[in-house]
Design a protein around this ligand. Structure first.
Ligand SMILES: Cc1cc2nc3c(=O)[nH]c(=O)nc-3n(C[C@H](O)[C@H](O)[C@H](O)COP(=O)(O)OP(=O)(O)OC[C@H]3O[C@@H](n4cnc5c(N)ncnc54)[C@H](O)[C@@H]3O)c2cc1C
Length: 497
């Protein structure tokens, strides 16, 4: 019994999303499928999206990607976290690192013990106990096994798609040109083919919509619908441009708040990506453009590009025989750099749940449910950065501070405020370490906490914390500068095979 109903996969769009799905399907299931990817160089890609989170390393490992090859091919630098400025109050600073903070016990995460020690006057800042945070702030990095650092990358978005295209060989048939039409089955509404400007008709069993904000299949054709989250995440616009490197190449993204949003700095090996994100209700496009030019560290290498977006999610990312990935599936503003993670996570899920025996509602529902949950958890984490502000200097920040947040987030914040308990939900990408660094960084101090720390004799606790900090300080002192690391690592030959 053959039993394979779905064999011909057509990927519409060749941005980061299109080529990541193509690479995942071709590497894992390539000989079982017939994969075609259609892209238009004339339309091009959105041209932003250069910061990632550590899950990208797992995705690359699954695809057998050599790290040096990837870093050289995409001008990648290391990211140990995000440096936040001006979020809760003007001149506040904190660092959300990817690292583990302190040492947890099976009873409680580390922060309960830290809070007790802090009250006793024997603990430093939370960040003193996190290697990635200290290395990040110091501009240091090393890849040696002993350091076991949790890290991600900054890379050139224009080079990542072509890199993934190379990884997709030899199983993906690429077709260049514009999609001008979509054919559907008259009875079921399933997509049967896409039609190219050249007149070519490309038929398939399963269609992956990676056409970016256009959502040619999932929205323009299937009218799937969109859940708007702009009442929680009000930013809807960004100016973006590249600048030359000024000073050291630091291993973190900068997220610097301004009175109607925030701006990013993403250092790569070769240049810096910059963007000014804002709410167009609170700042005009022209004023934002001027502000962007005033705030960047050097004259731009590229003409600033205006990007408009709407935060939210497609009501179903899998509808009939179309699955949307990347911007076609929805968008959470880029504060925690989670969109590439989401598309790679969905690509892995598709490999795991590939519908060889046909499209069955039960599985479509399961796939959609897993994805909805995953996205909502990230949404809550991002909203928290705005909700916890104390800024009173602009309408934008007052609106954020006073907004009603999703019930799921309200419940988590209440439990933390009352009892100091934070947790990582099933399928959630952000660990307790992340929740702690952001809540503490944004001045949310709980009224209570778990008392396990009182079980430890005061002198022992003080010594343990001192040792932990000294160990981290010693390791950071021994690490090379991040930019020296990149220079040396990228120059080393990739292992053969
Ligand atoms: C301001 C901003 C900042 C961001 N920052 C980050 C970040 O730091 N980290 C992160 O993880 N994510 C970030 N993102 C998200 C990230 O940019 C996207 O997730 C990523 O680039 C994927 O885009 P995409 O492939 O879905 O769409 P696109 O890059 O828009 O690609 C669409 C593809 O479809 C093709 N296409 C469209 N119409 C047609 C047609 N008619 N015929 C043929 N082909 C067609 C295009 O040619 C292109 O190949 C950011 C997004 C924005 C808006």
């Amino acid at each position: 019994m053959d039993g394979q109903v779905i064999k011909k996969v057509v990927i519409a769009g060749g941005g980061t999303a299109g080529w990541c799905v193509a690479a995942a399907l071709s590497k894992m299931l390539g000989t079982l499928l017939d994969i075609t990817l259609v892209e238009s160089t004339e339309i091009g890609i959105v041209g932003v999206g250069e910061a990632t989170i550590p899950t990208i390393k797992t995705f690359h490992q699954l695809l057998g990607i050599d790290e040096r090859d990837f870093m050289r091919s995409t001008n990648a630098a290391i990211k140990l976290g995000i440096s936040f400025d001006n979020w809760t109050r003007i001149n506040d600073h904190y660092f959300h690192s990817f690292g583990t903070v302190g040492k947890a016990s099976w009873m409680t995460p580390f922060h309960h013990i830290w809070m007790h020690a802090r009250e006793q006057g024997i603990a430093g800042d939370l960040g003193d106990y996190c290697l990635e945070l200290q290395a990040g702030e110091a501009g240091k990095f090393e890849v040696a096994e002993r350091s076991r650092l949790n890290y991600a990358y900054h890379f050139d978005t224009n080079l990542y798609g072509p890199f993934m295209r190379r990884i997709s060989q030899p199983h993906v048939n690429r077709i260049e040109g514009k999609i001008t039409g979509v054919n559907q089955d008259a009875e079921t509404g399933f997509v049967t083919a896409i039609v190219m400007e050249s007149g070519q008709v490309i038929d398939g069993d399963l269609f992956i919509d990676c056409t970016g904000f256009r959502g040619i299949l999932i929205e323009q054709t299937l009218k799937t619908g969109y859940e708007d989250w702009s009442h929680w995440l009000a930013n809807d616009s960004a100016w973006a441009a590249q600048t030359p490197t000024v000073g050291q190449i630091m291993p973190y993204t900068s997220a610097i708040a301004h009175d109607a949003g925030w701006r990013w700095k993403i250092p790569l090996q070769s240049r810096v990506g910059n963007g000014l994100v804002y709410s167009s209700k609170h700042l005009s496009d022209d004023a934002a453009h001027q502000r962007f030019l005033d705030l960047i560290d050097a004259p731009p290498l590229t003409e600033p590009n205006l990007i408009k977006f709407r935060t939210g999610r497609r009501l179903k990312i899998w509808n009939k025989n179309v699955i949307a990935f990347g911007l076609a599936s929805g968008f959470i503003e880029p504060l925690e750099s989670t969109n590439i993670h989401l598309m790679q996570s969905c690509a892995t899920r598709l490999v795991q749940l590939f519908p060889f025996s046909g499209i069955h509602e039960s599985m479509v529902n399961h796939f959609n449910e897993l994805t909805r949950n995953e996205v909502a958890l990230i949404r809550d984490f991002v909203i928290m950065h705005y909700k916890l502000t104390e800024r009173d200097d602009s309408q934008f920040w007052r609106d954020r501070r006073d907004m009603e947040v999703p019930e799921t987030l309200a419940a988590r914040l209440a439990m933390y405020r009352d009892a100091g308990h934070a947790y990582q939900a099933p399928d959630e990408v952000f660990r307790v370490d992340s929740w702690m660094q952001v809540t503490t960084g944004q001045r949310l101090y709980p009224k209570g906490y778990h008392h396990v720390g009182q079980m430890i004799p005061r002198d022992d606790l003080e010594q343990a914390l001192k040792n932990m900090k000294a160990d981290i300080d010693r390791k950071v002192a021994q690490m090379p500068k991040h930019e020296d690391f990149i220079r040396q690592y990228s120059a080393e030959a990739a292992p053969v095979g």
